[in-house]
Design a protein around this ligand. Structure first.
Ligand SMILES: [Zn+2]
Ligand SMILES: [Zn+2]
Ligand SMILES: [Zn+2]
Ligand SMILES: [Zn+2]
Length: 515
């Protein structure tokens, strides 16, 4: 595992977006000014033992109520339909998950079977699937390392440690866990001068992509405005997607779910362009796939249960399929500046031979200098490295069947410095399920015989023989079955109870009114 680099080399940070105002709670300044060792001491000092009700249904009921009230009261979210029981996209989601699973096992599977839908109904392999339910139930006694890792009142993420035999005295805080928390990427000026140059040039009128859209609405309808330059760019990037006639492409707007149509080259084909703080709408519009993610509305928790895996994330409310629920942030660096240790967490965001160059430069009104620089940058590889600086995204564990996809969204312009990563739910994620991503083929190969993801098709599972030979048409019903098992449990223990309470509450109100 990586250890953060010494703080001796002070980075000259240039943030890629305006750093939002943080409603500070806790020792934010002291923590950030401290070195690794002192941060660990601070975290240890903050740790307390807490009691946890292992019958989690009550916890989930409360969390759902809080979340629902929050989004209903938020005027920015009037256009947002929080719908996690919409089954329309399920078969497409399960197919893409199953196809990428097959392709990670047995080499690349082309998108040939794209047409075959609805998915095959072979239930043969799904018998007794309840045992693969991976929703996490913490122990009755937990160590809460911090009430809020972000220090921001509007983005509360508690951290728990649930390792067996652990006490407040022997509690270990790993070096790689005391990074600096931020939801905005940055570039180090002393190391990545070309990226900083690209950001500077992109400030010029010719190179900047922004719009003048405004309206009386709280949320400006840029996505519905065919003339909005940001929307136009967003739509143009859609052309990179593999496409079959009469099939809709995956869209990047503020509130529509981002549902992938295919499993190959997912990150490098599915690209969005969003409005930004430079636009008249200030990004508070319908053309902003970062909108929900930046509002940090989904209540997440970081926890650790297995010393060999490290920390994980789970949500306490359902995350509907296609929701960009969080960004993944860090430092944008060229591959030559990424160490082997960084690679454990770093995400490749630009690959010279695979990346669809976002624009045909000759069509753009960009200045000659900017075009020349872009051409040069397009030949190199770039990563987002969260080693010393980042957000909760870096805590997502690796899984053989991940439930989160990481996708790219540009803002302001199209250089590698203008990339943002969003974390998108690949299916409806049931509360308590670890949020996991695919760390890439190389990482998976290293983990082949040691992976602890615990999913039904894990390369290290005792049932691996059973699933390794299956084709996607038989894997998709397995993915669907597992979803159904977890969904039914949640519906029964959480949603039905909430609904009954609601009915009882209404009846009581009616009785009172009648008197
Ligand atoms: Zn606009
Ligand atoms: Zn806009
Ligand atoms: Zn705009
Ligand atoms: Zn695994």
């Amino acid at each position: 595992m990586a250890s953060p680099e010494p703080e001796t080399r002070r980075k000259q940070r240039v943030h890629t977006a305006t750093v939002p105002r943080i409603d500070v709670t806790g020792q934010f300044n002291e923590y950030n000014a401290s070195d690794i060792e002192n941060r660990k001491i601070m975290r240890k000092r903050e740790a307390v033992l807490v009691r946890w009700n292992t019958d989690e249904s009550h916890f989930y009921q409360e969390e759902f109520g809080k979340f629902y009230r929050k989004i209903k009261l938020d005027r920015d979210l009037l256009n947002y339909k929080y719908d996690w029981t919409n089954k329309d996209c399920h078969s497409q989601c399960f197919r893409v998950i199953a196809q990428s699973l097959q392709s990670s096992r047995s080499g690349k599977l082309e998108d040939v079977d794209y047409f075959i839908e609805p998915l095959h109904k072979n239930q043969e392999h799904t018998i007794g699937f309840g045992k693969y339910d991976d929703t996490y139930t913490p122990p009755a006694r937990r160590i809460r390392i911090t009430r809020n890792i972000t220090f921001d009142k509007n983005d509360v993420i508690p951290v728990y440690s649930d390792l067996p035999g652990e006490t407040l005295e022997n509690l270990e805080i790993p070096d790689n866990f005391v990074y600096e928390y931020s939801n905005v990427n940055f570039v180090d000026k002393s190391q990545e001068s070309d990226l900083v140059k690209a950001m500077e040039l992109a400030q010029q009128e010719e190179n900047l992509i922004k719009c003048n859209c405004h309206s009386g609405d709280n949320v400006v309808p840029c996505y519905e405005n065919k003339k909005c330059p940001c929307y136009k760019m967003n739509k143009m990037l859609r052309n990179f997607q593999f496409h079959i006639k009469d099939r809709s492409r995956c869209e990047f707007s503020s509130f529509k779910p981002i549902i992938l149509a295919k499993h190959t080259d997912v990150m490098f084909d599915n690209i969005g362009f969003s409005c930004s703080e430079m636009c008249a709408c200030a990004g508070k519009c319908t053309n902003n796939a970062l909108f929900l993610a930046n509002k940090n509305i989904f209540p997440l928790e970081i926890y650790r249960q297995n010393p060999h895996v490290g920390f994980n994330i789970r949500s306490s409310v359902p995350i509907p399929a296609g929701t960009p629920f969080k960004t993944f942030t860090g430092e944008i660096r060229e591959s030559v500046n990424v160490s082997d240790e960084d690679l454990d967490y770093a995400f490749k965001v630009w690959q010279h031979d695979e990346t669809r160059i976002p624009v045909d430069l000759k069509d753009m009104k960009f200045t000659g200098e900017y075009k020349r620089l872009l051409l040069e940058l397009f030949q190199r590889d770039f990563f987002i490295c969260p080693t010393t600086y980042g957000n909760v995204g870096r805590t997502a564990g690796h899984s053989c069947v991940p439930n989160v996809e990481i996708l790219r969204v540009y803002q302001k312009s199209v250089s590698p410095a203008h990339i943002n990563l969003i974390m998108v739910a690949r299916e409806d994620i049931i509360p308590g399920t670890p949020l996991t991503i695919d760390y890439g083929a190389e990482f998976a190969e290293r983990l082949k015989d040691v992976c602890q993801c615990g999913t039904f098709a894990c390369s290290n599972s005792k049932d691996k023989e059973l699933f390794s030979e299956l084709k996607w048409v038989d894997l998709a019903p397995c993915v669907a079955k597992l979803h159904e098992v977890k969904f039914e449990k949640y519906r029964e223990t959480v949603m039905d109870v909430i609904n009954q309470e609601e009915i009882a509450h209404r009846a009581k109100r009616r009785r009172l009114q009648a008197h």
